[in-house]
Design a protein around this ligand. Structure first.
Ligand code: ACM
Length: 754
């Protein structure tokens, strides 16, 4: 009421805009039902959050966390919590509408100019409602980090009725192939939470490394957590460049890397505060080499112990499932993990398990006979059932990859008895259909299909800037977003078994935090929206608009992410671009010898001016500049002579080509951000230019570019002419990108191609 009076007063004094407008609602995942109205719900600088006295301590606890985050992130604001709603600006109360509208996790939010009401039926629902409020406020509030002093915090005037589409909204991280710190995992949990994802699937073990401390089996981490070769630990981002390290098979030891039980508990607790469950996975009986390197007596070849694997792919070395001691080993491991992870499920993998070793193992042959099995795959099912019975004694159920029901010879009746949840990747939809037929629940995590997929470690584009990795570059952000987890032809009876979606991240090629984030974001957010929003509410263009705004939050949170999916993406800062056609002036910055500037057609301009550095100055922008580029955007081109010449934003061009034969004595200065630079080959440059291009191999040009960024002025890594060079070097002479097939200059950096 007080607020209303203030507003009226302000309106009378002419302090309010003449016409209130609807505010943009920046809420991802898109809510089930949203109605917006003119005006703003501006948060008073001091206000209280009131939890209805009828609601218990658990809701108070949730509200307290929210209040603490608001106070921490909104300097100058004072938010208090009370256990009654009378005077509160934000009232929290029991939902009294039709229960199915909000379900188990949903909420209703009514945001008016003079206050907010949040109602729900569950603690989780209140949590998600409060999270939505944070998400709709300026970006720092979602992250819980302090915003700028004097920021005005307001919400749209709107009503939202919301609920999750799927109960399971997961993210899987493989920490075996490459290890990620607890700190990085927490960073990923933060982003999951902001987008209302609720299960962190922790792929803790694989052939290439065992990452979970198991007290009964110390060798799992003294032996199994180290491999003798760093293996593909080769892609990093440095100063906005992807660069390859020393490449695969360096001979350097990788590890020991693992999580102590205390650290695993720490992750569980951190996740729980964000209403995220942690699903641990111990992949068995295949993908189990690291364990058998530590305890070869449980392998099929004890006399010939395996080592922790340094290869990718599928090893034929698998657990001897016919040996009761090996079965007990597996059960004891699961037993310890069941005590650490409170989630009532545990994942035992089961994917990609060759049977060849069982086929030639006497114990396995004998067990086949005893059980009367006709297929060695059924021996695996038998093992799954043993694990299922065991975790059942701990009050848990299994998750298995889809091979458990799709591999030829699997005992489907026995699988049905396990009640396992089937994680479907390949064939994803076939696996889900099979699971549903058996009455088993299915999680959709399509590895790759013509219509998109959820394996979010795969290459998302084929442009020059994309670092190498798994896949073919066609696992695009849009494909991920538009993938339909429950196709129309799934019957209603089967559809109820499709209980979730998951973004899955394998790390064979990913060792750095930056690369993890770059590939996972924003595709993880696409999966989050699929997990929460109904199919009919999904809309790629609408999503892009919201997510483009969220780049402010991702930047503030220090996340690396792919931006190529955005329309008219403006590098560095999207808030303040130079308008199309704006005049940008080049001024001479140094006294070195003549240099040139190439225009969008590769034509050289500006020769004859004495400078090594050019500075872009937009009118009245004091040297700051912003360059639009993207498929549908505009690129810089240049005309006229260099000093004092002007450039206008020109039309799209896919690459700049410098032909060194016409560049004698000059250096090409590439001022455009995010532009692919290609260099003609077969050029002998020894005498002059510092742009090197050498030879061909299999039709591809290999070349080398030394980069110097101001104030650095020293060329790095000289190269003999006539030799194919397969790498590009960054400012410090470090090799960048794979095979030197191209170079992307990102983020508006002034980069000199010498
Ligand atoms: C898998 O990608 N092997 C589950």
């Amino acid at each position: 009421m007080k607020n209303l009076i203030l507003c009226l007063l302000a309106a009378m004094l002419g302090l309010l805009p003449a016409k209130a407008e609807k505010e943009f609602v920046n809420l991802t995942p898109r809510p089930k039902n949203l109605l917006t109205y003119d005006g703003r719900c501006t948060l008073p600088t001091a206000f209280s959050v009131g939890v209805d006295a009828a609601l218990g301590d658990s809701v108070m606890e949730e509200a307290q966390r929210f209040v603490d985050i608001l106070n921490a992130s909104m300097p100058g604001y004072s938010v208090s919590l009370v256990h009654q709603t009378d005077e509160a600006f934000l009232k929290i109360a029991q939902y009294t509408g039709v229960a199915s509208n909000v379900g188990n996790e949903g909420y209703r939010l009514v945001m008016k100019e003079d206050g907010i009401t949040l109602t729900s039926l569950t603690r989780k629902g209140f949590y998600y409602g409060l999270l939505s409020i944070r998400k709709m406020l300026p970006a720092n509030v979602a992250l819980g980090i302090p915003g700028a002093e004097g920021t005005e915090y307001f919400l749209p005037v709107a009503t939202i009725t919301d609920n999750a589409r799927f109960a399971y909204r997961g993210f899987m991280l493989d920490v075996s192939r490459h290890f990620f710190s607890v700190e990085e995992i927490k960073k990923m949990l933060d982003i999951m939470a902001i987008y209302k994802m609720n299960v962190f699937h922790w792929h803790l073990t694989d052939d290439q490394g065992w990452r979970a401390e198991i007290k009964q089996y110390p060798k799992l981490t003294t032996v199994g957590a180290t491999r003798s070769n760093s293996w593909n630990t080769d892609i990093y981002m440095v100063d906005n460049y992807w660069w390859t390290g020393e490449g695969a098979y360096t001979g350097k030891t990788y590890g020991p890397y693992f999580y102590t039980q205390d650290e695993m508990r720490e992750v569980v607790a951190y996740a729980a505060e964000r209403h995220i469950d942690v699903l641990p996975e111990v992949d068995m009986p295949g993908h189990f080499v690291a364990a058998m390197a530590a305890y070869p007596e449980y392998s099929c070849t004890p006399a010939n112990p395996p080592s922790v694997w340094i290869n990718g792919g599928i090893s034929s070395n698998v657990l001897n499932v016919a040996d009761p001691k090996a079965v007990e080993f597996a059960q004891n491991i699961l037993g310890e993990l069941c005590d650490i992870f409170p989630y009532p499920y545990i994942h035992i993998g089961g994917d990609e398990c060759p049977t060849s070793q069982w086929e030639s193992n006497a114990l396995c042959q004998q067990k086949m006979k005893e059980l009367g099995l006709s297929s060695y795959r059924a021996l695996q099912t038998h093992f799954i059932k043993e694990m299922s019975d065991f975790v059942g004694t701990k009050g848990k159920r299994l998750f298995c990859w889809n091979e458990s029901v799709t591999a030829g010879g699997a005992d489907l009746q026995l699988m049905k008895e396990t009640g396992a949840t089937i994680m479907c990747w390949n064939p994803c939809q076939g696996g889900a259909a099979k699971a549903a037929e058996l009455g088993l629940d299915a999680i959709i995590t399509e590895y790759h299909s013509s219509t998109g997929g959820y394996y979010i470690n795969r290459r998302q584009s084929n442009d020059y800037g994309e670092p190498s990795g798994a896949g073919y570059g066609d696992d695009t952000v849009e494909g991920c977003y538009n993938y339909v987890p429950v196709p129309d032809n799934v019957t209603a009876a089967n559809a109820k078994h499709y209980i979730g979606v998951q973004g899955t991240f394998w790390t064979e090629h990913v060792s750095s935090d930056e690369y993890l984030e770059y590939l996972a974001l924003p595709r993880l957010i696409c999966v989050a929206e699929a997990g929460w929003s109904t199919q009919g509410r999904k809309n790629w263009n609408d999503f892009k608009t919201r997510l483009t705004r969220d780049t402010e939050m991702l930047d503030a949170g220090g996340y690396v992410y792919g931006r190529h999916w955005m329309d008219n993406y403006v590098h560095r800062v999207y808030k303040n671009p130079i308008a199309d056609g704006a005049v940008v002036k080049f001024t001479n910055q140094s006294t070195d010898r003549p240099r040139c500037l190439a225009d969008q057609n590769g034509t050289l301009n500006g020769q004859g001016d004495a400078c090594t550095e050019w500075k872009l100055e937009a009118a009245e922008k004091d040297g700051e500049y912003y360059i639009l580029s993207n498929e549908s955007g505009k690129y810089l081109n240049a005309s006229g002579t260099a000093s004092g010449s002007t450039v206008t934003l020109g039309t799209k061009k896919t690459a700049w080509t410098f032909d060194e034969t016409t560049m004698s004595g000059y250096v090409a200065i590439c001022l455009a951000a995010n532009k692919d630079v290609a260099v003609n080959n077969n050029v002998n440059n020894a005498s002059h230019a510092r742009l090197f291009a050498h030879g061909t191999s299999n039709g591809a040009s290999f070349w080398k570019v030394d980069l110097v960024q101001e104030p650095d002025a020293v060329a790095q890594v000289p190269t003999a002419t006539g030799h194919p060079v397969q790498k590009i070097y960054d400012l410090n002479g470090r090799p960048s990108r794979r095979n030197g097939q191209g170079l992307r200059i990102v983020d508006g950096t002034k980069v000199f191609v010498k």
